[in-house]
Design a protein around this ligand. Sequence first.
Ligand code: 5GP
Ligand code: ZN
Length: 248
Amino acid sequence: MSTQADCIFCKIARGEAPAHRVCEDERTLAFMDIFPVTDGHTLVITKDHFENVFETDEDALAAVARTSHRVAAAIRSELSPDGLMVFQLNGRAAGQTVFHYHMHLMPRAQGVPLALHTRVPGVPARLAELAGRLARALVASAVVFACIGIAGCASNRERELWKNEWNGRLDAMKSDWEHPCATRPFIAWADGFLGDCENEPRGDADCDARLAWVDERVQQCRAWTAWQLRNFNQHQRSEGAAPSMRIE
Ligand code: 5GP
Ligand code: ZN
């Protein structure tokens, strides 16, 4: 991995500087922008140090696109913004201020004027809450993805491939959570969930049963998420903070 000693985003990627981390995988890391232009403003960076788009390679760009796509879905499910701006700046003339390749994901509200930067720092508690919620939404979407994928598999071979993909996504989610109380038990549950999948309906002949199976698992996932939110609020109360998670 190429890294630069005094680059702030390299320091965050190495875990040497703090950030409200949302998720990471082998090549990318997502965290909350510390000067959010809008609520939910998130950055996706490459773990390798590239100054800008001209220095990146195609694999790194594809990895950032994949993570951005997942985080975008989490932002939509958690914050329901009117719009989402996904953009990336290269060079001072284009407005770039941190010279380590990164993508911005910025929720937008109808009628609010466009801005790319602000100097107003985010409220740490709010950034932490958002990071926790987005992280949890990412796990929830991976669970749903796994349910649908596994149910749709016609053969054991296909099923193994889904399981591997699913495990890969979970592994990527297990590191360094901002709010372990909100996400770790969920991940443990999701891990155990695979064990229940031995007798799921499979194949085209069993379409209705398969859809019912998926539906049941998705409901379980929602119920688990709501329970976990209550848990998180209790944890915050026990630390003397006001509960900040909303229960849907
Ligand atoms: P650029 O202008 O380079 O496209 O965007 C850099 C972004 O990084 C800005 O939105 C800025 O607020 C954000 N930023 C700068 N320093 C830090 C930091 O130390 N931590 C975090 N989380 N964001 C930062
Ligand atoms: Zn860097």
